[in-house]
Design a protein around this ligand. Structure first.
Ligand code: SF4
Length: 224
């Protein structure tokens, strides 16, 4: 199935629309509303990764909806064996937020979104301890460091599906630039060592020396 289009059990289709790491402008939302009235069932579903889905699209409407999505300047995607839509909490504006969560999420999205990987790869950025559980459910979850103010720490290899597993805490404080470098390193490792349909966690647990490689990489980076 084409990128961003998901078959439904009723024989119809859903189209997944991406904003800017969970944020949609008023104009984009108006366009989404119009699309839902024109082609869908008059409603839109918000997903746990901050995307919006137009549901109930007929097969013979797909081409027209795709064109309308393009014309409205909206992004279709967030499916397949790729780096998925980056999730961000409201830490940029939330009173508890310890850094500019949205800015970092957008930098990650710009650099990594859509890259092909063995199965799928989920990145999440969160602004305080209230989302620790969510950070631990990502392939790479990013949280503030609780030992070094202003720095960030990673949780790697989390899964939130039918067999949930907490990501492993890499307890090394990093700058935002170092986080970007580490995410690039982990994605590359996953691409090189993983095979369809393995998630990152299966790759790392199947080749435990890769956990060590990640930890050594992060320690070296932090020591520079
Ligand atoms: S995780 Fe923390 S910073 Fe982010 S929205 Fe929740 S309370 Fe706010």
């Amino acid at each position: 199935m084409t990128f961003g289009i998901i078959g439904q059990k009723n024989g119809l289709y859903a189209l997944r629309l991406l904003g800017s790491c969970g944020q949609f402008t008023a104009q984009e939302l108006l366009a989404v509303g119009t699309l839902a009235q024109q082609f869908g069932q008059g409603c839109v579903t918000a997903t746990s990764r901050g995307t919006l889905e137009l549901e109930g699209i007929k097969e013979d409407e797909l081409e027209a909806v795709r064109d309308a999505v393009r014309q409205a300047g909206l992004r279709l995607g967030g499916t397949g064996a790729t780096v998925r839509a980056v999730v961000a909490c409201k830490g940029t504006t939330c009173r508890r937020g310890m850094f500019d969560v949205h800015a970092l999420a957008c930098s990650l999205d710009k650099k990594f979104y859509g890259l092909e990987v063995p199965k799928k790869f989920k990145l999440g950025v969160f602004g305080c301890i209230n989302s620790l559980g969510k950070a631990m459910a990502q392939d790479v979850g990013i949280m503030p460091s609780f030992t070094k103010l202003g720095c960030l720490e990673l949780y790697v290899g989390g899964l939130a599906g039918s067999r949930p597993v907490h990501g492993r805490h890499i307890a090394v404080p990093l700058t935002q630039e170092q986080v970007m470098q580490t995410v690039a390193f982990i994605i590359e490792l996953y691409r090189q060592k993983g095979k369809y349909p393995q998630r990152l966690r299966a790759v790392l647990d199947g080749q435990p020396e890769l956990w060590e490689e990640i930890e050594q990489y992060v320690k070296r980076l932090a020591a520079e």
